[in-house]
Design a protein around this ligand. Sequence first.
Ligand code: ADP
Ligand code: MG
Length: 260
Amino acid sequence: MTEPGTGRLAVSDLTVAYGGALAVDSLSLTVPAERIMGLIGPNGAGKTTTFNALSGLVTPRTGSIRLLGEDVSTLPPQARARRGLGRTFQKMQLFDSLTVGENVALGHEAKKADSRPWRHVFASKADRISQMEAAEAALELCDLEPLAGERVGALPTGERRRVELARVVAGEFTVLLLDEPSSGLDSSETQQFAAVLRQVVASGRSILLVEHDMALVMEICHYLYVLDFGKLIFEGPPAAVLASPEVRDAYLGWAADEAS
Ligand SMILES: Nc1ncnc2c1ncn2[C@@H]1O[C@H](COP(=O)(O)OP(=O)(O)O)[C@@H](O)[C@H]1O
Ligand SMILES: [Mg+2]
């Protein structure tokens, strides 16, 4: 599963340094088609930094990043997005005064945005139709159709989190990097979120998921990568990760404290 060079997203020997400190240290991982892969580990382990390097926001010291077979390691963020790499941020970024449908429709623009933003002003009728269709499909996948006309600012966290997900789904990316997408949800909201994530991968997308909710991670991830101090300390299917004494020492006690 982790053979280098295979998978929709294939990361090999990724190292990111801030000053002298290594935030990510020789990390290799693979995201195959239509899978949910988990990236877990304590606060400060390097998960968000990994996402920043994959999406092109920070420049790694070493490593190669292949997206759909193409080396994108030196491409800027928008070029990676246009090739199918989408992400969400740890801190929610929604437009509270806009409706659910409007927030989600904006996600479609994210993939197309390039160095000539004025082009949006002259969007063709065909562009507007494809934007509407992508937004409708995303709303349906994320169980948000009945809420399309609601103002986002008025919604509870569980629904806001799904709007955030729907917005990146509307970008029609092939691989989604999701950074703690279900944080702040109660257990019934988390269950619904899990069902929605399954629908999203069943629609043909792949997900690399950073998440602290171990119940959710164990339930929906096919395979896990465990980071500690920037290093991969374990990888395997959820059951093997749970059974690993090393992971238990480094992370699981910490995650249980976080959850309580
Ligand atoms: N912009 C930055 N400048 C310097 N150090 C950073 C920066 N961002 C993160 N770090 C450091 O890199 C390490 C990994 O952080 P981060 O990737 O945010 O971890 P995680 O997302 O797993 O909690 C931490 O030690 C953090 O303090
Ligand atoms: Mg983080």
